[in-house]
Each structure stands twice: as C-alpha cells, then as structure tokens.
Design a protein around this ligand. Structure first.
Ligand SMILES: N[C@@H](CCC(=O)N[C@@H](CS)C(=O)NCC(=O)O)C(=O)O
Length: 327
C-alpha cells in the first residue's frame, strides 16, 4: 500500500491518526467522459480504443467488469487484471500489462498518464490507448459510460440508469454507498473501538433496511433491475467471504437474512455475471494485503457458499425485467 507524491512512490498505509481512527476515502482525480461517437467530444466511443485495468478483488473495479459483461462489450473494451495481492509497490501487473507494454505497476501507468501525479493509485482505471491518458478512475462514472456511450457498438441496448428511475436510483446509491459499499471499509479499517462501533451499527442498520425493502420489491428501484443493484451486488457477494471475518462485520452473515441471500443469488446467476466473480482473488487480496489487520497472511479456506443454489425471487415477484430500454 502506498501513494504517489509528484510522481514518486511512497510506501504508506492509510493515515487514520489525524481522523480519530476513521478511514476517509479520497476522491478519484481523473473524471473525463466517453461520449457516443455521433456526439463528438474528446473521448468518442470507439471499438478497441479504451482499456480497463482492474483487480478481480476490488468491489469498485468489479462494477466495471459487470457492466462490460452485461453490455457485451468484451470485444470493444480490453481488460488487464492486476495481481491479487497489493503490497509495498501497490497494484502490480503479472507479466501482462496490457496495451502499455513493459510496465510493472499501476503506479507506473498513472505516471505515464501524468508524470507529476500526486494521490492514491487505485483501480479501476479506464485507459485511452490513443492518447495514453486515463479517462477515468471513478467506477461510478465508468459504469455510466459503459451503460450508454457504446450503444452503437453493442447489440445490448438495456439501460441500467433509465431516466424515469434516476431520482430513485440516485437516492438509493447515496446511502448504500455510504453505509454499505464504503461502510464495510469504514468498519474494517477503523483503528479505534469508537470508530469501529459507529460504522458497524450504520452498516447493519442499512442491511436491515435493504432486507425489508427487498422483501417487498424485487430490486432496489422497484421491479426493474438497475445500476443500484449492481453497485450493491459487488459488496454483498464479498460479504460472507471476507467482510464478516477480515473486516469484523460479524453481527450477521448475508446468508442469515431471509431475503438478501435470494436476491444475491439471483444477481449472481444473471447471465455473464458469475464469470466476473473470482473468490481466489477476493480472499487472497484482502487477507494477504492488509498486514495491519492480518499479519500472518493466512487466507481462510471457507466459507462454503451457496451462490449457485435456488432462489425464490420468481416465486415472490413473478418474471423479471432487466433495466429500461435505451431512449
Ligand atoms: N472511488 C474509486 C475507489 C477505487 C478504490 O479505492 N479502489 C481500491 C481497491 S478496492 C484501490 O485501488 N485502493 C488502493 C489505494 O487506495 O491505495 C472508485 O469507485 O473507482
């Protein structure tokens, strides 16, 4: 774990001393947008031009892989997967660093885009092979681009952020991000009892609300599967395998709820999605990389998961609708 200061790598764990034991996530710095080719713009959607750098362990990067699969953009946007563990050099490549050859670390990729970059070196990164620039390193914005900007290059026109549901999706995203997606990190990276307890209660209150909501409606924004569900999914699918143990989020497992496990199984079994989930990378990354939390680096073998098992969502809610139609 480390960060770049004016293009130089510094080995540093998150500083929680200046924030009373709280983990505070910093904002992503590359925030450009890909637009449909018909609209012009600095980054027009083109086949083969853009490339994703991801970790299969990372829930934020996972969102982008899911959208690439849902929108069948595999032949339009390439992917490079970094090593599971993140140690002193940060994210490292296997022998394959993708379209920018010869790189050993993600920090080198950031420096190639901006030689004096200061900040954390995070995944996912959406890279422009034409200009050697980072289009975006913010997953919530990358999935919006994948949702619509490449529609001329894919047969899948499903819209996971349909205009009619945007207010609802935005509202759900806001509290799910704070209490659940980022919530598990605030619990797991807390270095004081008080900070841990505060976020622990916030997380499990939110899971209870989600449990209630998903007991009366099929998806987070009603009967339509949307972006909000995929954003929640990447945290839920990691929960029993790593957050319960490694991050001490252990009031309940997802498996212990009535509705959440069925909802999770339905999303996991959605065409193309299971192939984006890699528990070897997920468990190895968390248990191996955070040596302040797990200094022995022993990676647990369990738990046995039931993601392929039956779910009752069709029985409860009838046939599913996937996203809205693109306008
Ligand atoms: N806001 C970013 C967050 C990405 C992020 O924090 N990724 C983590 C991996 S799960 C990372 O790369 N951390 C490295 C670090 O903070 O140094 C997004 O959603 O894309």
């Amino acid at each position: 774990m480390g960060l770049l200061v004016k293009g130089k790598w510094h080995t540093d764990w998150y500083d929680t001393e200046s924030s009373d034991g709280e983990f505070i996530r910093t904002d992503a710095q590359f925030r450009n947008w890909i637009t449909p080719a018909s609209e012009g713009g600095e980054f027009p959607a083109e086949a083969g031009r853009y490339h994703l750098f991801v970790s299969l362990a990372c829930p934020w990067a996972h969102r982008t892989l899911i959208f690439r699969a849902l929108k069948q953009l595999e032949s339009v946007i390439g992917v490079t997967v970094v090593k599971a563990e993140m140690l002193d050099k940060g994210w490292e490549f296997t022998e394959d660093s993708g379209p920018v050859e010869g790189l050993r670390t993600m920090a080198q990729l950031y420096c190639k885009a901006q030689s004096d970059y200061s900040g954390r070196v995070t995944v996912p990164v959406l890279w422009d092979t034409k200009t050697n620039r980072i289009v975006s390193n913010e997953s919530s914005e990358i999935i919006r681009m994948l949702n619509t900007a490449f529609n001329a290059l894919t047969p899948v026109q499903t819209d996971y952020y349909p205009a009619a549901l945007r207010a609802e999706i935005d509202a759900v995203n806001e509290w799910v991000y704070d209490a659940v997606n980022n919530g598990v990190y605030k619990v797991g990276f807390a270095t004081t009892q008080a900070a841990y307890e505060r976020h622990f209660h916030g997380l499990f209150d939110a899971l209870e609300q989600l449990e209630q909501r998903l007991g009366t409606q099929r998806y987070l924004a009603g009967d339509t599967l949307t972006e909000a569900d995929w954003r929640l999914f990447t945290t839920l699918v990691r929960f029993d395998a790593v957050y319960v143990g490694h991050f001490k989020c252990n009031l309940k497992r997802i498996e212990d709820y009535q509705h959440l496990p069925h909802y999770l199984r339905e999303l996991y079994q959605h065409p193309g999605v299971a192939q984006t989930v890699n528990f070897d990378h997920i468990k190895t990354h968390y248990y191996y990389s955070h040596d302040t939390i797990n200094p022995t680096r022993v990676v647990p073998l369990g738990p046995a998961l039931t993601l392929d098992g039956d779910h009752n969502r069709d029985q409860l809610f009838g046939a599913a609708t996937s996203g809205g139609q693109a306008s």
